[in-house]
Design a protein around this ligand. Structure first.
Ligand code: HXC
Ligand code: NAP
Length: 315
């Protein structure tokens, strides 16, 4: 069985990297990655850049993305533009996309990786807490996708030849400028079986998977591919720390995963690279699950739910 590629747990670049894919797979492409300053998003940026891509990494904390961008550029020799935005704020998303387009002249790939999560029983979850996660994960994904589509991906400008023909617009064969684009939405399998303590994130990510299919259908004719990538438990990430990192029995749970181990960020990034690249040129509307088979077997911990509920009740 293939060994997993090496990884490091911090938000640092890999000390060594051996290419499995062609090193110029994304040469001169530009990727806009929300949540690209940390965890899985940081590694996706690094792996894309190691394959010739320039990146824009965007999240709320400018110091965080600026520090990450310096590391990424130094390790890969590619350009990385750090930008501050909250994916919930459409004007901020629009301003960031405008700035990225001024800097690079184009954006080929959007990775929606920004997200928020924590453990909470539904009965203790405030209305605003549920809304907050829906806003970041689901609306944030729509906001960035819609702005990118409008500003660049949409193929709507008839070529000079078509305009010069003088025929009425309806009678002309529309010859479009060749851009389109690729969207990769980072989701999760939580909603597939209904994971305890995760009604907010599970609902938000399930909605994004549905959005993936809707947008793939509507935007396919514009040469925009839209796919979801659903990681399982990934080591060295804030998401994993928040969900299971501090719990006893993590080892036993890991053994419940068919591949008997956690995934790492590089493995997720390689799958994102595949989806974003021309290797996936006929793949759209799909959910690529990258979880070692975990969603098929991972136990639902009803005792943890009971513990949480009694703890919450004491608050
Ligand atoms: C219950 C909580 C809570 C918690 C916040 N809230 N933390 N409720 N348990 N631990 C409630 C607050 O009380 C408030 O409700 C509402 O949520 C909004 O909180 P704010 O702090 O004002 O929100 P905000 O500043 O926007 O921060 C969003 C956040 C935060 C999600 C709460 O944790 C964050 O910024 N997270 C980003 C990093 C992150 O989560 N990374 C992990 C992604 S992993 P009230 O009612 O009091 O106003 C991931 C994994 C998915 O997504 C799948 C894994 C398998
Ligand atoms: P992470 O490091 O906390 O990544 C989340 C990123 O989103 C952060 O960089 C954060 O930066 C940014 N962000 C949060 N709220 C934002 C907002 N409102 N606007 C803009 N940016 C925002 O966590 P991770 O574990 O690597 O998770 C990355 C992705 O993988 C998420 O989509 C998550 O749901 C998914 N996932 C993770 C796992 C796992 O095991 N880790 C499993 C399944 C799915 P700022 O704080 O600077 O804004």
């Amino acid at each position: 069985m293939a060994q997993p590629p090496p990884d490091v747990s911090e938000d640092e670049c890999l000390p060594e990297y051996r290419h499995r894919f062609c090193p110029d797979l994304l040469r001169d492409k530009v990727a806009f990655i929300t949540g690209g300053g940390s965890g899985i998003g940081f590694r996706i940026a690094e792996i894309f850049m190691r394959h010739g891509c320039h990146t824009v990494i965007a999240s709320r904390s400018l110091p965080r993305v600026s520090k990450a961008a310096r590391k990424l550029a130094a390790a890969t020799g590619q350009r990385c533009l750090p930008l501050s935005l909250d994916v919930r704020a459409v004007p901020a998303v629009t301003a960031a996309v405008d700035q990225a387009l001024r800097e690079f002249g184009k954006i080929d790939i959007l990775v929606n990786c920004a997200a928020g999560n924590f453990l909470s029983p539904a009965s203790a979850l405030s209305f605003n807490a549920f809304k907050t996660v829906m806003d970041i994960d689901t609306l944030g994904t729509f906001n960035a996708s819609r702005v990118l589509y409008e500003k660049f991906f949409r193929v709507s400008v008839p070529s000079a030849g078509a305009v010069a023909s003088g025929r009425p617009l309806t009678a002309r064969p529309l010859v479009f400028q060749d851009h389109g684009g690729v969207i990769v939405n980072i989701t999760a399998t939580l909603g597939t079986r209904g994971q305890v303590l995760q009604v907010h994130a599970g609902s938000a990510k399930a909605a994004v998977d549905a959005m993936t299919r809707h947008l793939a259908v509507e935007w396919g004719p514009q040469n925009v591919r839209v796919n979801s990538l659903a990681p399982g438990p990934i080591s060295g990430t804030e998401g994993f720390r928040r969900l299971v990192g501090s719990q006893a029995g993590v080892g036993t749970k890991t053994l419940a995963i068919p591949l008997q181990r956690l995934g790492n960020k590089t493995e997720v990034a390689h799958s994102a690279l595949f989806l974003a690249s021309p290797l996936a040129s006929y793949v759209t509307g799909a959910v690529l699950v990258v979880d070692g088979g975990a969603w098929l077997t991972f136990p639902n911990d009803l005792k943890l739910l009971a513990d949480f509920a009694s703890f919450s009740a004491k608050l």
